[in-house]
Design a binder for this molecule. Structure first.
Ligand code: G
Ligand code: G
Ligand code: MN
Ligand code: NA
Length: 254
């Protein structure tokens, strides 16, 4: 309850900010976009990790307001990444289960796009498998509505919920992000390599883009590229950074 009180109004006090981790096309190493990651710098406690405060925000309902701020800020930052004549880098925003359930997500997304002038294709929403589990029919309807506006939907932490592959037939998504627990062992564990390759092949047969997360070495990058994985992110490629640094990195790469 105490952390909840501290979190209330934290955005308005300027304690919360977004960092961005670049996402690259594996075939040629070009940066395609970035994932927005929320940070909380508490004046006394220091940096509180999202793994702690997102949970608190979810349970208290604060996630709804926080989620709106995050979407607007992410779109504002992405608007500064656009360069004339070049395909603009996308921004990928994490959406938690409660934001999905409240039902007004399409309106929140539309208003963030409208107020910032960002094209819908430039915005990706990352949903976890568990968020769309449970009520598949309702989730599918909502995802279809979102995708109809041009926004892209990605399944985050893919492969950790056992229903993974069968899910892809029923839930309409543009991409999947292979969970970093698979990527971590892809060079050591033949089972993880087999599973990762199967996810890539299956997703591609359905026309779905595959992103690997948690790439921490050149070897992991090489094997994922060789297996046809489309995009990737991880500490070996780039750490999360402030928006202005991300902007500079996109400029230097173009
Ligand atoms: O940066 P870190 O590894 O600590 O992130 C931990 C978790 O917090 C990740 O699963 C990430 O998806 C989640 N997260 C980070 N920023 C946001 C955000 O803005 N909204 C939501 N819902 N989750 C976030
Ligand atoms: O659950 P989600 O995928 O949204 O979590 C993203 C989190 O993963 C971020 O907090 C980010 O800091 C973390 N992350 C990004 N790249 C790596 C990596 O290469 N290794 C590890 N261990 N974590 C990473
Ligand atoms: Mn994510
Ligand atoms: Na993830």
């Amino acid at each position: 309850v105490q952390l909840e009180e501290e979190l209330r109004g934290a955005w308005e006090r300027g304690e919360l900010s977004l960092h961005y981790q670049p996402i690259y096309r594996l075939a040629d190493g070009r940066p395609m976009g970035a994932e927005a990651l929320c940070r909380w710098e508490h004046p006394r406690l220091g940096v509180v990790p999202p793994s702690v405060f997102i949970e608190v925000a979810e349970q208290s309902g604060l996630i709804e307001a926080l989620g709106r701020h995050v979407l607007v800020q992410a779109c504002q930052d992405a608007a500064t990444w656009q360069q004339p004549g070049l395909e603009p880098p996308f921004v990928s925003v994490n959406i938690s289960p409660r934001q999905l359930r409240t039902g007004d997500l399409p309106d929140v997304v539309a208003s963030a796009l409208q107020s910032t002038g960002v094209m819908p294709q430039q915005l990706h929403l990352e949903l976890t498998e568990t968020a769309v589990l449970g009520d598949e029919a309702q989730a599918s309807a909502l995802l279809s509505r979102l995708r109809a506006t041009g926004v892209k939907v990605w399944l985050d932490d893919f492969g950790t919920g056992f229903s993974g592959l069968s899910h892809l037939r029923r839930v309409p998504v543009d991409g999947v992000k292979i969970d970093r627990s698979f990527v971590a062992d892809v060079l050591r564990d033949p089972d993880d390599l087999a599973l990762t390759s199967a996810i890539i092949a299956m997703a591609h047969s359905l026309g779905i883009t595959v992103v690997a997360e948690g790439i921490e070495s050149e070897g992991q990058y090489a094997v994922l590229r060789e297996r046809g994985c489309d995009q990737g992110q991880g500490f070996w490629l780039g750490r999360p950074m402030p928006a202005n640094e991300m902007r500079r990195a996109f400029r230097e790469a173009s």
